[in-house]
Design a protein around this ligand. Structure first.
Ligand code: ADP
Length: 599
């Protein structure tokens, strides 16, 4: 990974604009206010600020003889994994070129911009005029154009990491290719919750569950379009996969809480610490490094290579500098490239409904590459028209609202008229369609402090909370009337709705929408009200695999040497994936793929 990252740096360095924008004329007052002296050889420091994705980024820049020598981040709230290359590689580029006119790190654009802005602010406050210089180190070693491993895994999300680790564990030499500068894909930015029946947490909480019930819920949730045999493999192996994460990878799951996502009969979703996929990806990434798997970021797989017999024997890829690299695979290739939620053209190709009018919750790298590459050598695809929207997303950015997980603890959804219109624990597709059918195509999620206290989502997702409040998309109100007025809802109508909810909470029967977990009393404030729209979230369709994760062709025969796991596959979730089943899918089948390919 490191060498590829260095290569990325060189590429970015080469593309730098040579001149630094003038940031002030070096006024003596400014220097004195911020410095320990500005003459030749003297060190001065200056503090600057910029706006990142999740709030302010504050840096301290150290200058010596008008050159940037160091940049320290003093304050920030960015996603740890996505910000890593910004605080390391972008920093190195700025120092090496003595210029903040740098390109953003792809996939971490907003964090990059905030960081650059903060550095520029610090330069301006120091009153310095920097002279950009040519970066050293252009002669660093290039990636060899031909490389051979036992196993090549494409895509460093949950499925790819799991496959790589299992293949390595089985004794194979493994390379993991990731086209973005950062790892994690959709797995990283998801809530990270993972369904499994009969887990230690269900036992802690005295919840009865079974493989049968999990299979039944999952198949029903996907309109029985999922493959029952594959769903059974998922149900039978998910608990073991969760234990692998917990015991082997040291992923921390909450011991005393589970989510019951829509469509599930019982609470069965394990919640990782921090309620995001970062806990899982950080631990997987660390282990990959420890066991010596070669992780190559900025390396995009373009084409699967086959021999005369049709066996997959490698991958043609493009490296960070646009250089071609052939990765030969002695044993096989695992495709773990995720879905195609970020590829609007591909969405439209398979289902015209999911065009530009939808934003997406998905990572920028999820563009369906694995599907296209495998199709080119005869792989079969299925369920491609099934594209899922997540109902409660940010109306400005399309980003999924994890804060709104209070819905699983009893929050209700109302429309602009202050009326409920759907069961809040219905399937995502049902809720999304219901929201789009309301006035304006949006909804409000409403909950009170007592409901909020159950999973404490406002505290856990504090950055999201602050952003939504700042953007006027979420309001905390002492009274229901205040909550209604904030969004121009008729207060009387909202009161009537909440009175009815309280009545159904007391009787234990939601006579309007039959809330499956039972409604909660909301008579006491304070209240939280949040505006939301649906956004494209998961593509259920993809490659056809069998129980060994072998990719099948149109005749139903395995393509030798080719395996796939995770969102790139299309046989598990049918027409609609249930919440918490993606992480279960990617870890369970990722592990199987790694074990199988290494055989
Ligand atoms: P899953 O949940 O199935 O593991 P993710 O979305 O978490 O899927 O991860 C898929 C990863 O694959 C993403 O990080 C994405 O950037 C990466 N990826 C997609 N296409 C390619 C490609 N052509 N080459 C290398 N990596 C890819």
């Amino acid at each position: 990974m490191k060498s590829i990252r260095k290569a990325g740096i060189i590429l970015l360095i080469l593309s730098l604009v040579a001149m630094l924008a003038a940031c002030g004329s070096g006024s003596k007052d400014a220097q004195e206010a911020n410095s320990n002296g500005s003459e030749q050889g003297k060190t001065i420091t200056s503090i600057g600020e910029g706006d990142g994705k999740h709030g302010k980024i504050k840096v301290e820049v150290t200058f010596e003889s008008n050159e940037i020598k160091d940049i320290k981040v003093l304050e920030q709230k960015e996603n740890e994994v996505l910000a890593e290359p910004v605080y390391k590689e972008l920093k190195d580029i700025i120092i090496a070129t003595n210029s903040a006119e740098a390109d953003a790190i792809s996939g971490s654009t907003v964090t990059s911009q905030g960081y650059i802005e903060a550095v520029k602010d610090a330069v301006a406050k120091a009153g310095l005029t920097l002279v950009a210089k040519q970066a050293e180190g252009n002669g660093q070693a290039e990636e060899p154009a031909e490389q051979t491993y036992d196993v090549v895994v494409i895509g460093a999300g949950g499925a790819g990491f799991s496959a790589a680790l299992e293949a390595k564990q089985a004794g194979a030499s493994v390379v993991l290719l990731e086209k973005m500068p950062t790892v994690g894909g959709n797995t990283l930015i998801s809530g990270g919750e993972m369904n499994a029946p009969n887990t230690w947490v269900q036992k802690n909480l005295g919840i009865e569950d079974s493989v049968e019930l999990f299979v039944e819920d999952t198949l029903k949730g996907g309109d029985n379009k999922g493959d029952p045999e594959m769903v059974r493999v998922l149900a039978e192996n998910a608990a073991e996969a969760a234990e692998w994460l917990k015991n082997e990878l040291k992923v921390n799951f909450l011991e005393d809480n589970l989510f019951q996502f829509g469509g599930h009969s019982v609470k069965r979703a394990l919640i990782p610490e921090g309620h995001t996929g970062a806990e899982i990806i950080t631990k997987l990434d660390k282990r990959v490094d420890e066991v010596g798997i070669k992780l190559k970021t900025n390396t995009k797989a373009e084409k699967l290579l086959t021999d005369d017999s049709g066996r997959v024997v490698g991958v043609e890829a493009t490296g960070a500098k646009g250089n071609k690299i052939t990765f030969h695979a002695n044993k096989g290739v695992v495709i773990a490239t995720g879905g195609f939620g970020s590829n609007v053209e591909m969405r439209k190709q398979y289902n015209p409904e999911y065009d530009e009018k939808y934003m997406t919750t998905d990572a920028p790298g999820t563009t369906g590459d694995g599907i296209v590459m495998a199709q080119a050598i005869g792989a079969a695809i299925t369920n491609m028209e099934s594209i899922q929207t997540y109902p409660v997303c940010n109306p400005k950015t399309g980003v999924i609202s994890l804060l709104a997980d209070s819905r699983f603890d009893g929050a209700i959804l109302v429309n602009q008229s202050g009326e409920r219109f759907v069961e809040e624990l219905e399937r995502r597709d049902v809720i999304s369609k219901a929201i789009l059918a309301q006035e304006g195509g949006y909804a409000y999620q409403l909950w009170n402090q007592e409901i909020g206290d159950i999973s404490n989502t406002v505290e856990v997702h504090k950055n999201e909370y602050e952003m939504l409040v700042k953007d006027g998309l979420l309001h905390k109100a002492e009274t229901l009337e205040e909550a209604a007025k904030f969004f121009n809802i008729d207060p009387k109508a909202l009161q009537t709705t909440v009175d009815r909810v309280n009545k159904f909470a007391a009787s234990g029967k939601d006579e309007d929408f039959n809330h499956r977990a039972g409604l909660k009393d909301m008579s006491k404030g304070p209240y939280y009200i949040q505006k939301a729209v649906p956004s494209v979230h998961h593509t259920m369709g993809g490659l056809v695999i069998n129980t060994e994760t072998e990719v099948l062709n149109d005749k139903g025969e395995p393509i030798p040497g080719l395996y796939a796991a995770g969102e790139v596959t299309g046989v598990i979730h049918g027409s609609n994936r249930l919440g918490g089943n993606a992480i279960a899918d990617v870890i369970t089948f990722g592990r199987i793929a790694g074990q199988q390919v290494a055989k």
